[in-house]
Design a protein around this ligand. Structure first.
Ligand code: SF4
Length: 72
């Protein structure tokens, strides 16, 4: 099942952690806010690692409508 990846631009502080950890999935865009390179993706653990590591809790990963990242 594919995952859905979202970055809340209101929460993102532009730390660049996600783009550094998972450059295939995140890019820093306008005004130093991260955005996903693709909203839908094949499951990849590094995306969850990035969501866990975001200092602003701005990254959400969902699978079939269920939030799976960041992990508790
Ligand atoms: S790790 Fe979080 S705060 Fe840092 S750029 Fe990515 S989404 Fe923004």
């Amino acid at each position: 099942m594919t995952w859905q990846l979202d970055v809340d631009a209101q929460r993102c502080i532009g730390s660049g952690v996600c783009a550094g950890m998972a450059p295939d999935f995140f890019v820093l865009g306008d005004e130093d806010r991260a955005r996903p390179l693709a909203g839908r993706l094949e499951p990849d653990e590094v995306v969850l690692d990035a969501a866990d590591s975001c200092p602003a809790a701005a990254i959400t990963v969902t699978e079939g409508g269920r939030e799976i990242g960041p992990r508790p």
